[in-house]
Design a protein around this ligand. Sequence first.
Ligand code: NAP
Ligand code: MN
Length: 266
Amino acid sequence: MPNRRNVYLFYKKSEELLEKIQPLHKLAAEHDFKLVNTMQEANIIVAVGGDGTFLQAVRQSGFRDDCLYAGISTSSDPSFYCDFHIDDTAKMLEAMTTESIEVRRFPVIDVTVNNSHSFYCLNECSIRSTLIKTFEMDVYINDLHFETFRGDGMIISTPTGSTAYNKSVSGAVVDPLLPCMQVSEIASLNNNTYRTLGSSFILSNAHTLTLKLINDDNHYPTIGMDNEASGVRHVEELSIRLSDRQIKTVKLKDNSFWRRVQRTFL
Ligand code: NAP
Ligand code: MN
């Protein structure tokens, strides 16, 4: 990685982790990488923890498209966004000293709430009832009124997010080389009055999904942006599309998306 030398380490500052990352400081110094104190100065942002930490590193740094993100896992479980393991410094060293590192790009979705407030998501945007009650919304694909949903909520996931929340509600696992987003229901009511598609569906980057809440009792669902709740309290309309932005990670041999899927689930 000849042109990228400023590294920011993103991790939860616990005593245990502080100790675990000591070898990374040494490794960086030995190979002429500079550990910087802010994410803005960095052109490589390294999340140390798990997928949850990686999602936070990307969010807190503003979904930058001018830096490389890398994940280092600290647990023995396989992780989707973490290509490295904290104990495997040889693999990190190999990536650090490779002249022309290959880059992998992950699609991100763009969400606008109430036509005013926008944010990105790397895993998914979720909308979920916060009460022991269903809520209703009209679902539009562009200007087509597609269905009226009533139930617990919906998950709009990216390809890399397809193995997370989306998979728990029987959504399909999607190849991240496909620029698309998947819409999955969470417990829809389906009867003679309410009818929804019932299966997940996948939209290309040509389409915008709009969810218009039908709010008859002042009950507002919660919006999840990856592992964080959005601060917008009175959500009336959500508009979601694939972003032009993508985030970049290091591409390693023997760690393709489908290998990770196999390792994690099969
Ligand atoms: P968490 O509740 O600790 O995460 C749930 C699990 O999902 C963790 O094992 C996490 O891995 C894993 N994960 C995260 N992103 C993934 C991905 N792209 N592919 C496969 N597994 C993934 O919360 P978190 O760690 O902050 O992760 C946030 C994500 O959890 C959300 O974006 C959502 O997708 C997912 N989630 C799932 C459910 C569900 O399945 N019922 C409900 C809520 C949220 P690590 O242990 O490496 O962090
Ligand atoms: Mn986690």
